[in-house]
Design a protein around this ligand. Structure first.
Ligand SMILES: *Cc1c(COP(=O)(O)O)cnc(C)c1O
Length: 229
């Protein structure tokens, strides 16, 4: 029933390999996160069977249901906005939270992780396009937030995430990716060798993101098909 996911994955992998090559990298340098929002647990199970070991969701509640059904068959990533009052729940459920965009949220996550006796892998989300509809910390505030989060012992800060602007203008898109990469490079001076993840690129723009330095792409429709509105 989900055979098309295997076909889609094969196509995606070929495109990732070509883009990675253009960026001077190997296909394996680029992690693929399968974004399963709106798709059922059975589709996730199939995707995991085809070798996708990282699944992303954008809402805590939706993920909760699926994790209950499937268990820890895969690594679970939260890529959507997280409210502070759901931080504790998210810390319990996810292996990586990619949408950290305030110190208040990071502190709530840190307390929850301490209570769980774990450290949680996180990415800081950058609003690299400046669009007010987008989540993420402003680029000019990123360095300060990174420094503050590095003080939190139960958070392992692994890098950055961004959602590129929805635009036909390629230079605008690339500028947004480039800015995020620059912030990653600046952050490395503070955060050290663990701070390497650059999560950028979705179904519509992942090749350009890889060319601009992405090493983690988040693919929904390119793998699972179009989402119902
Ligand atoms: C939905 C979503 C994706 C995947 O979107 P596609 O365009 O379907 O690949 C990636 N990242 C985030 C943050 C999302 O919310």
């Amino acid at each position: 029933m989900y055979k098309y996911i295997e076909q889609n994955l094969r196509n995606v992998r070929a495109r990732v390999a070509a883009a990675a090559k253009r960026a001077g990298k190997q296909e394996n340098d680029i992690a693929i996160i399968a974004i399963a929002k709106t798709f059922p647990s059975a589709a996730i199970k199939a995707a995991v069977g085809y070798g996708l070991g990282d699944i992303g969701e954008s809402r805590v509640q939706e993920a909760e249901q699926k994790i209950k059904e499937l268990g820890q068959v895969t690594r679970w990533h939260l890529v959507g906005h997280l409210q502070t009052n759901k931080a504790a729940k998210a810390v319990k459920m996810f292996d990586m939270i990619q949408s950290v965009d305030s110190l208040k949220l990071a502190e709530a996550m840190n307390r929850a992780a301490e209570a769980e006796g774990k450290t949680i892998d996180c990415l800081v989300e950058i609003n690299s396009s400046g669009e007010i509809s987008k989540f993420g910390v402003r680029p000019s505030d990123a360095e300060r937030l990174i420094e503050d989060i590095l003080e939190l012992r139960h958070i392992s800060l692994r890098g950055l995430m961004t959602v590129g602007p929805l635009t036909e203008k390629e230079p605008v898109l690339r500028a947004s990716f480039r800015l995020t990469r620059k912030i990653l490079e600046q952050g490395q001076a503070l955060a050290g060798s663990q701070f390497t993840v650059l999560s950028m690129g979705m179904s519509g723009d992942f090749e350009k993101a890889i060319e601009e330095g992405s090493n983690m792409i988040r693919l929904g429709s390119a793998l699972f098909g179009e989402r119902k509105k």
